[in-house]
Design a binder for this molecule. Structure first.
Ligand SMILES: Nc1nc(=O)c2c([nH]1)NC[C@@H]1CN(c3ccc(C(=O)N[C@@H](CCC(=O)O)C(=O)O)cc3)CN21
Ligand SMILES: O=c1ccn([C@H]2C[C@H](O)[C@@H](COP(=O)(O)O)O2)c(=O)[nH]1
Length: 277
C-alpha cells in the first residue's frame, strides 16, 4: 500500500486548498490512478486498522439492492448513519442503481446480474460496466443529504460512479472511477471494497485474480485529517493479508459475511478521525 502513502504525501505537499460542500475544507489533487495485483495479497491498509466488517457488510448491502441502513445497523455497521433520514432511508443510492435501475420503459434493470451473465457468456466483451450515475436522481447539493432522501433523491451523489471488469488469460481485473475521494477515511474502504467485489465475482465465475485499478477525480484530504495523515505517514506498511472462501453460494447475491475470512491481517492501531457530513 506504499502507493497510497505516496499519494497522501503528494496531496499534502502539492495539493490545492479549497472549500467544499461540507464546510470543512480540503487539500486536493485531480486525476490519479492506483493499481494492485490481487495475487500479491488483499489490499487492506496495514498502516492503520480498518474495520473490515464495515467494508464487507456495506458491499453485501449494495448487492442486496438495499438503501435503508437497517441491514447495516443490524450487523453493527454505522458508517452510513449521518446521511440517513430518521427512518434510515438514503434515497436511491448505490444498491438501488446496481440492482433496480428504473428505465424509461418502466422496467427495472439488474446491472449486477447482467454483469455476471456477461462475464460468464462473453468474457471478452468491453461492456462489463456498472454505472451508478443516474442523472434524474442526483441530489440538490444545496440541501442536506437526508432532505434529498426525503424527496426521493439520493442522499449523496455516487462517489464510486463506474465499475468496469476485464478478463484476459482467465484472470478477472476490475477498475472503478471515483469522482470524489476522502483519502483518509473513504479511500481505504473503496479500495478494499473493489478488491472484495472482484474476489466474489471471480469466485462465482471461476476466474483467477488479476489487478484492481482505482482511478480518482478529486482526491482530497480534509483539513481536520492533516495530523492523522502525518501519523499514518510515519508508519511502514506490513505484508498484506489474504482472503479465503469457506463456502461457494449458488449466486453472487447469496454471500454471507461468514462465507469468507481474512487471514494474517496485522495492522497498526486505528487512527480516529471526524467524518465530514
Ligand atoms: N466525508 C465522507 N467520507 C467518506 O468516505 C464517505 C462519506 N463522507 N459519505 C458516504 C460514505 C460513508 N463512508 C465512510 C464513513 C465513515 C467511515 C469511518 O468513520 N471509518 C472509521 C471507522 C468507522 C467504522 O468502520 O465503524 C475509520 O477509522 O476508518 C468510513 C467511510 C464512505 N463515505
Ligand atoms: O465511497 C465513498 C463515498 C463518499 N466519499 C466521500 C468523498 C467526499 O469527501 C464525500 C462526498 O461529498 P461530495 O460533495 O458529494 O463529493 O464523501 C468517499 O470518499 N467514498
Amino acid at each position: 500500500m506504499q502507493l497510497y502513502l505516496d499519494l497522501l504525501r503528494d496531496i499534502m505537499e502539492t495539493g490545492v486548498d479549497k472549500n467544499d460542500r461540507t464546510g470543512v475544507g480540503t487539500r486536493s489533487v485531480f486525476g490519479r490512478q492506483l493499481r494492485y495485483d490481487l495475487a500479491q495479497g488483499f489490499p487492506l491498509l496495514t498502516t492503520k486498522k480498518l474495520h473490515f466488517k464495515s467494508i464487507a457488510y456495506e458491499l453485501l448491502w449494495f448487492l442486496r439492492g438495499e438503501t435503508n441502513i437497517r441491514f447495516l445497523r443490524e450487523n453493527g455497521v454505522t458508517i452510513w448513519d449521518e446521511w440517513a433520514t430518521e427512518t434510515g432511508e438514503l434515497g436511491p443510492v448505490y444498491g438501488a442503481q446496481w440492482r433496480f435501475w428504473l428505465g424509461a420503459d418502466g422496467r427495472y434493470y439488474d446491472q449486477v446480474q447482467t454483469l455476471i451473465d456477461g462475464l460468464k457468456n462473453n468474457p471478452d466483451s468491453r461492456r462489463h460496466v456498472i454505472n451508478a450515475w443516474n442523472v434524474a436522481l442526483l441530489p440538490d447539493e444545496r440541501k442536506k443529504p437526508w432532505e434529498n432522501a426525503k424527496e426521493g433523491k439520493m442522499a449523496l451523489a455516487p462517489c464510486h460512479v463506474l465499475y468496469q471488469f476485464y478478463v484476459a488469460h482467465n484472470r478477472l481485473s476490475s477498475a472503478v472511477y471515483i469522482r470524489s475521494n476522502d483519502m483518509f477515511l473513504g479511500h481505504p474502504y473503496n479500495t478494499a471494497s473493489l478488491a472484495l467485489f472482484t474476489h466474489l465475482i471471480a469466485h462465482q465465475c471461476d476466474f483467477e485474480l488479476g489487478e484492481i485499478i482505482v482511478m480518482l477525480g478529486d482526491a482530497h484530504i480534509y483539513r481536520n485529517h492533516f495530523s492523522q495523515v502525518a501519523e499514518q505517514l510515519s508508519r511502514k506498511p506490513r505484508p498484506l493479508p489474504q482472503l479465503h472462501f469457506k463456502r461457494k453460494p449458488n449466486s453472487i447475491f447469496d454471500y454471507e459475511y461468514t462465507d469468507f475470512e481474512l487471514i494474517n491481517y496485522d495492522p497498526y492501531p486505528a487512527i480516529a478521525a471526524p467524518i465530514a457530513v
